[in-house]
Design a protein around this ligand. Sequence first.
Ligand code: C2E
Ligand code: MG
Ligand code: MG
Length: 530
Amino acid sequence: MVLTRKRAAEAALLLSGAVLGGLVALGVGRLVQLNAGREQLEKYSVRLLSQADGIVRETRDAVNVVLNDHLPFCSDDELSYLRKWVFNASHVRDMGRVKDGHLYCTTALGRLVPPPATTPGDIVIGGRKLFASSPLLINPQARGIIIESNGVTVVLNPADYEPLNQPPMYFSALVHDPGTGRVLPFVGQPVPLSGAEIVAQTMLERNGAYYRPLCSVLSAVCVVAYESKSTMATQDRARLLILMGAGALVGALVALTLILFFNRQRSLVRNLRRAIKNGELAVRYQPVVDLDTGAIVGAEALVRWITESGEAVPPEHFVAAAENKGFVGEITRAVITCVTEEIDDLLKLEGFTTTVNITTQDLCDPAFFRFVELRVKTARIVPQSLGFELTERSTADRDVVIHAIERLQRSGHPVYIDDFGTGYSSLAYLHDLKVSAIKIDRAFTNTIGTEAVTASVVPQILDIASRLSLMVVVEGIETQTQADYFRHAHPGIRGQGWLFGRPVPAAHFKRLFSDSLSATKQALNQTSPL
Ligand code: C2E
Ligand code: MG
Ligand code: MG
C-alpha cells in the first residue's frame, strides 16, 4: 500500500516535471518567436516605407512632367505624350488636367465635355488635395487614390498595393496632416492608433496585435505594419512542438534525478541508522604534531563508514545527512565510545589530546554532556585529553553554543574551532566563545608558497590567536614548505596533514605514537649535557 502510494507520488512528480518543463519551454519558445516576429515586423515596415517613398516620388515626377511638357492644354499632343508616360509608370494609372475647379482631360478618358467639377479633397496639405478612396470617372465602381496638385490629377490604384501585404503581416498607408494632426488612411484598413501615436513611430501593442508605425521624411505619408500577437508567437508551430517536447523531456529528467536523489538519500539514511545500530562505524586517527619538534602530541578522530556493498561514504556526506535528519548525536556517541575504548591508554597520558568532531545538535542535547561524563569516568581518562572540534558554520546558535562550550571547558575538555577562517563571524565571535584553540582551514594552508591573495589572511589569524592566547593547529599540511612557514610564523604551533600522517586505525596510530615518543626521547638524550 505504502509502496503503491510512493510509486503514484513518483509518477505524479515525473508527470508534473514533464508538464512544467513543456510549459516553460513553450513559454520561452513563444517569447523567442515574439521577439523574432517583432524584428520581422520592423524590417517589413522599413520595406513598406521605402515603397511608399517610391510612389510619392513617381507622383511628383508625374506632376512635373505635365507642368513641363510645354504642350497646349489638353491637346492631342499633350494627351498622347502623357499616355506614353503613364504607360511606362509603375504606380500611376491615370493623369489629368484641372483648371478653375474643373477636370478638362485625362489620359484614360481624353477630353471631357463639359468638364466635370472637382470636389474638395479628403485631405488638403500644402495646396495638394488628396482623395483617399474616390470613385473613378472611368469606372465609378472602382476606387482609386487621387492626388491633385498644381492643376494636375494623378490617379493611383489601391489594388496595386495589395501584394505588399505579406500575411500574417499587413499594412495600412496613411497621410498625416501636420496642420490638423489628422491621419487619413488611403491604403488598407484603419488602424486603432491615434495620430500622435503614429507620428511617435514606436511599436505598440493594441487589441492583441503589434503595430509598427513609420513616417516618411520625404512626404506626409506614414505606413503602419501590423501582425496579430498570437500568430506571431506561434508562427513556427513545428519548432514550438519540438521545443515543448524537449522541455517536457528535460522536466521529466529533472524530476527523475530528484526522485533518484531522494530515494538514494532515504536509503542512505536508512542504511546509516542500521550501520550505527550494528556498530559498523569505524574511527581513524590522524596525527597532530608539534611543528617545533615534529613529535606527535595528539590526534583527530575521524569517522569512517564502509557500506555493505563496500562503498566508502565520505564523512561530510553522511554526517550532513544525519544532521539533517536530527540523529548526528548517535554518530558522535559512537565515535566517542570508539575513541575512549580504542585509545584509552593514550588518553591517560598528560599532554596528549584527541579531538572528536561535534555539531551544534550535540551541544543542544543535555544527554550529550552526561554521556561524555560517563565515558570519561568509565574509561578513567583525563578530560583534558578528550577535546572537541566545532566548525564555525555550526556556531550559529550563539547563546547555546557559548554556554555549551563553557560547560565543556569547565569539565576540563578543550574545545577547538574547526575550519577556522571559512565562516563569516570568526573574528568578533572568538572573543565570546572562550575556546582553547583554532584549527586553520586547509584552504589557507594551500595558499602558502603560492601567489593566492588569501595567503595574506594567515598572518592576521595568527596575530589574533596570539592576542587571545589560543593554541593554533594548522590543517592540511602536505609540504615541508607549509610546515616551515607555520613553524617560523607562530611559536608552539601544531600541524596536521598528509606530511605527518593520514588517518589510520587505532593500532597503527599507537605504533606511530610510540615511534614518535622514542624519537623524541632519543633527541633529548642527544642534546642532554649529562
Ligand atoms: P575536518 O574535521 O576538518 O577533518 C579534516 C579533514 O581533512 C579529514 O577529512 C582529513 O582526512 C582531511 N585531511 C587531513 N589532512 C589533510 C591533508 O593534508 N590534505 C587533504 N587534502 N586532506 C586532509 P575526512 O576524514 O574526509 O573528514 C571530512 C570532514 O567530515 C571533517 O573535516 C569533519 O568536518 C567531518 N567529520 C569527520 N568525522 C566526523 C565525526 O566523527 N563527526 C562529525 N560531526 N564530523 C566528522
Ligand atoms: Mg575536524
Ligand atoms: Mg577541519
